[in-house]
Design a protein around this ligand. Sequence first.
Ligand code: KG4
Ligand code: ZN
Length: 330
Amino acid sequence: MLVLGIESTCDETACAIVRNGKEIVASTVSSQIDLHAEYGGVVPELACRRHVDVMIPVIKETLIKGNLTLSEIDLVAVSQGPGLIGALLLGINTAKAISLGLNKPLIGVNHIEAHLYAAVMSHPESVSFPCLGLVLSGGHTSLFYMKDFNSYSIIGHTVDDAIGEAFDKVAKIMGLSYPGGPQIEKLATTGNAAAYSFNAGQVKGSPLHFSFSGLKTAVLYAMRDCPSLTHSVLCDISASFQRSAFQDVITKTLLAAKQLNIQTILFGGGVTNNHSLRRMFSETASNYQYLWPSPGLSLDNAAMIAGLGYQNFIKNGSVSQKLDLEAFTR
Ligand code: KG4
Ligand code: ZN
């Protein structure tokens, strides 16, 4: 079964064709980093206009790469949310038009669930449920107890900034361009992580919730109080910030795994690209099965949407959703 996936929740316009939920036939991601870099974050109106410009070319390019025509597609899957409303509507209406025009079934996919499915697509082995799912992205810091892909409960989330957002804001304070995560990672490689004693926030009465806004402010103060912001100081601050953010995520995730007697952890979202995060997890506890997404599947992409769309469609008895399928922003 060939599934055409469309992704446009935020600042990537993406299309992919996936066979039977796992085999990526073709995938295209058009990033808007250039467009938003000068603002230090995503400007929703600009994002929407770019989606309008590139949506059809991205779909055409994907079909050409896969040497396929739209008539050969069996199902259209689209990111339904969460995300920016205008951006979501662009993708959803494109998917509806293809579904209606070519009489193909349509299915909406939750973008966050798809980030975790990306980890499954990246590994040949099947996942043994229950497991934990950890999504670390620009919009989310969420910990899930998963009985299956669409049967889960959220057991931890951020009460303020998402972890990727904290990376982006710290980078902005340092004068680095958007997105800040990869740049902080790079500076951190030569920095001393013990140079500053930063700490992520703890949420009273909710040991599995996250808080990163205080950590970001601590970086701001450290920079304000520093007499000379040399390159090596910025490396030390990056390393200290990164380590404290990741230490917090690791402690809470492993606490949940212990409490719930879980052996397998799935990861998703752009921040899980970070090598230091992956290494720290393995060094802290080597007795868990960590399923990381492959590099091309950790950032926003449409292969994960097509993949999970296939699984959901089969599970729903191959019933198409109707044209009144709506976007959800949160
Ligand atoms: O999953 P994603 O592409 O988009 C959302 O759904 O948010 O994640 C983007 C986020 C940005 O905040 C970016 O700074 C962060 O992921 N990121 C990283 C790294 N690569 C991307 N953060 C830390 N280290 C990285 N290597
Ligand atoms: Zn995402």
